[in-house]
Design a protein around this ligand. Structure first.
Ligand code: TXE
Length: 492
């Protein structure tokens, strides 16, 4: 088993603890790599390196154009390494190779786009109301950014943070999930190859309480960019609040996929199935609630069941596999717990509802694609994030009711609407409380389009021009150009 090292100040180092932990392949349930168990000492070293790179090093002296060029060069290198990185991610987190290849082929775009944006960060000249004074703004980086990422799309979600953070001129300490650190450590080599000065990006691996907390509370960390569960997010927010730190949080959801009776049902069936069973439901944007217009409810459910039954499960490294394992043992147990909860609540299990004991699933953590009908909007299965291949179907009669049910959770990350009516498409997209609304499509994201949550799904936006503002602060500069000595006792 390969014993990995962490990246601090441009050096590949062993953890101060002298300890490593095993990373487990979810398909075989066997360990395949050893990940350094970082701790507070490593965090201190990494933050010191990032701080030095921010204040004293070559990085600060680069023009914005040169910084952008580095990001774009990194994008090109990632593109060349995409197949190898995708294979590591699939081995580490069990997501389908087709999905991970797609993600890794797309990751370079975040570095190309934000690399292009680096030298377009401009301040403003304010036509100030005071004669003889020139006032302008500067957009400045924050300093050391802590990026804390989850296991479901490890490098994609890291790119969403690192690309804008670096484009804005910050330096970074990145803590990947303890369940999927290997691709991050291999990815770390690419920064040096692209020509980033040492210390601009540092990677400390380990557990949330041992690495994440000292990182968030470190006095020299200016901002936290976090993706993960909402409970952890709440805790991270509280820790960050103590230091009055900037924060972006992306915390998942309970997204509604709403199908009206005027929809193209062939498309809608595919959209609902891909919304929940793609990525084995382990995605923040999973369409885990299907709201179906009552006139088509039964017909739609039958078609959904027919398509979901065809899902091929098995080795995620096999390109033909459509549903892979659950990434972590605790997550596997959580999904099975929610299935039990749904049954106890009286939901009707129409498909799956058990661990998958198919020969092609080996000893991995597989759960059968599961569909419940008879779900009431207030049930836990309709309110809480499962993060697995479990769909709750809820009927509705009117647009008004669909909006009420869709908005009736604490979350607001995404929603899907299936209709051929332009009026409905526009009305629903206005009334749904979600950071992303898809109409007649689902699971579309881009480096160009802002992504983030309403309500408990998070704070701030990733991707698009909005994202770079999350890594900048505005300074207002006043210059007296008239030579009028002000009255020292009166506010000017
Ligand atoms: O995530 P955590 P977990 C949801 C999903 C899942 C649940 C739990 O519902 O079932 O979260 O998953 C780091 N201080 N999502 O436990 O704990 C941790 O090490 C600082 C939604 O795996 O949120 C990892 O790097 N950091 C989601 C990161 O937080 C801490 C993606 C995320 O882990 C920490 C993943 C602490 N005290 C899970 N504790 C999405 N939005 O896509 C943990 N971490």
């Amino acid at each position: 088993m390969k014993k990995h090292r962490m990246l601090i100040g441009g050096q590949w180092v062993e953890p101060a603890s002298g300890a490593w932990f095993e990373s487990v392949n979810p398909f075989t349930a066997a360990p395949w790599a050893l990940v350094p168990r970082g701790g507070k000492d490593d965090v201190d070293r990494a933050v010191a390196a990032a701080k030095a790179a921010f204040y004293d090093g070559e990085w600060r002296k680069l023009t914005a154009t040169a910084r952008g060029a580095l990001l774009r060069r990194l994008g090109d290198i990632i593109a060349a390494e995409a197949p190898a990185l995708a294979e590591i991610e699939t081995t580490d987190n069990g997501k389908l190779i087709a999905e991970m290849r797609g993600q890794l082929n797309y990751v370079p775009q975040w570095f190309h786009y934000f690399g292009g944006l680096a030298d377009k960060i401009e301040g403003r000249v304010i036509p100030i109301d005071k004669p003889g004074v020139f006032n302008f703004t500067r957009e400045e980086p924050l300093g050391v950014v802590a990026a804390i990422t989850p296991w479901n799309s490890p490098l994609l979600l890291a790119a969403w943070k690192l690309a804008p953070a670096l484009a804005a001129g910050n330096t970074v300490v990145w803590k990947p999930s303890e369940f999927s650190s290997v691709s991050a450590l291999v990815f770390g080599e690419l920064f040096e190859r692209a020509g980033f000065p040492p210390g601009v990006v540092n990677i400390v691996t380990g557990y949330g309480n041992e690495v994440g907390e000292p990182l968030i509370t470190h006095g020299d960390v200016a901002k936290i960019a976090f993706t993960g569960g909402d409970r952890t997010g709440e805790h991270v927010y509280q820790l960050a609040a103590r230091g009055i730190k900037r924060i972006t949080l992306e915390l998942g959801g309970k997204s509604a996929n709403i199908v009206f009776d005027d929809a193209d049902l062939d498309e809608a069936v595919k959209g609902v199935v891909s919304g929940i069973f793609a990525a084995t439901g382990q995605t923040c944007i999973a369409g885990s609630r299907a709201l179906i217009h009552r006139p088509i409810h039964e017909k739609f459910v039958e078609r959904l069941l027919a398509l979901a039954r065809t899902a091929r499960m098995g080795n995620p490294l096999d390109a033909a596999t459509q549903v892979g394992p659950i990434t972590t043992r605790p997550q596997y147990e959580k999904v099975l717990d929610y299935i039990r909860i749904a049954k106890d609540e009286g939901a009707v299990c129409r498909l799956g509802g058990t661990p998958a004991n198919r020969p092609e699933c080996g000893s991995g953590w597989f759960v059968e694609p599961t569909i419940f009908t008879g779900v009431q909007p207030g049930m836990r299965i309709a309110q809480e994030e499962v993060f697995g291949p479990v769909l709750s179907i809820i009927p509705f009669d009117t647009e008004e009711e669909a909006v009420r049910i869709a908005n009736g959770t604490v979350y607001g990350l995404a929603a899907g609407v299936w209709t051929t009516s332009i009026r409905r498409a526009l009305t629903m997209s206005e009334r749904l409380e979600a950071g992303t609304v898809w109409v007649n499509t689902y699971r579309a994201v881009s480096y160009m389009s802002p992504f983030g949550g309403y309500k408990r799904s998070g704070i701030g936006r990733e991707s698009g021009i909005e994202a770079i503002r999350e890594y900048l602060q505005t300074k207002s500069v006043w210059i007296d150009i008239a030579g009028n000595a002000p009255n020292p006792f009166v506010m000017r």
